[in-house]
Design a protein around this ligand. Sequence first.
Ligand code: ADP
Length: 362
Amino acid sequence: MAQVELKNVSKIYDDNVTAVRDVSLRVIDKEFLVLVGPSGCGKSTALRMIAGLEEISRGTITIDDRIVNDVAPKDRDIAMVFQNYALYPHMTVRENMAFGLKLRKYDSSEITRRVDEAAAVLGIKEYLDRKPKALSGGQRQRVALGRAIVRQPKVFLFDEPLSNLDANLRVQMRTEITRLHQKLQTTMIYVTHDQVEAMSMGDRIVVMKDGLVQQVDSPLDIYHHPVNRFVAGFIGSPTMNFFTGSITRNGSPAFREAGTSFTLPLRTDTPFGENREVILGIRPEHVSMKEQQGRPRRKVFVDVVEPVGNEVFAYFSTGSGRQFVARLSSDDLPSVQEECEFVFDPSRFHFFDATSGETLRG
Ligand code: ADP
């Protein structure tokens, strides 16, 4: 059992850079928690403070019931997997995996047992006598995982472990790590800048920006109920379409984009008052080319069509030159420069305050 808790944790580096601001977070036992956000948002610093590799400027970090602020990394019962593998080049795979256990004076038969078991789980048994330079990137990352597994730590920490792998291998290793989590049933905290990785792996996701936690939720709750414009735009690919404008109410409510003639009718129960300045957010999959009774339609021009196999991303522009993107079935493939009618689904619109970016709920 291992629960990790951050209470009002901040990190201020020597040059007065505040990398993490007052973060409070509880990672539940056996949970796979992903910290995600753009480069520089403070996610690695947060992870490194949990690992004990960075001092905590303010607040406390607890692993189970023990405050670990002043506990050395090696005494925190955690294992960390890094982006660059951090293997010892002069040691074989077996020696690399055994190293941490040898330092801790484990019995040699126990070391052999654990290394063999981890090598079998990770499919690297036949490489145990090779040196890291004779392995591919994916195999090296498996060795790094193996070195963490043999320790049987309370908590695994991952710092962008898949960033150096090519796209196919990244997807494959993603599934392997998820499978490993299910098998080991150990608390895991995983840092990535890749929102697809976060969505597909996390039990819960923590979205960070500028050192601040923006939202902590399950992947689908984050996707469907983002708390603000930043989260809405960061999670989802292609990104959500945003239009800045105001609500008009000449009879039934409508959205009108600022400075253009682009308008979209809204549901009659839209709760916002006349002239309210809002940002309207529409996910690309909530725009379609199929006729649907009673849904607002708009004529637009198709600029770019990107077929990605089972679906198509179509980038189109309104008469005023405003561009946005739709995610369509490949049966609906539009032609470039064609004038199309797109249908919007007002029941899936998101509204954000134009100033604060906070989500507006009815
Ligand atoms: P992320 O992992 O989200 O990319 P980091 O935690 O690495 O972000 O960095 C957060 C902020 O702290 C950035 O502005 C970065 O430049 C700064 N930072 C990171 N490490 C140091 C350091 N050792 N000294 C000073 N500033 C740092």
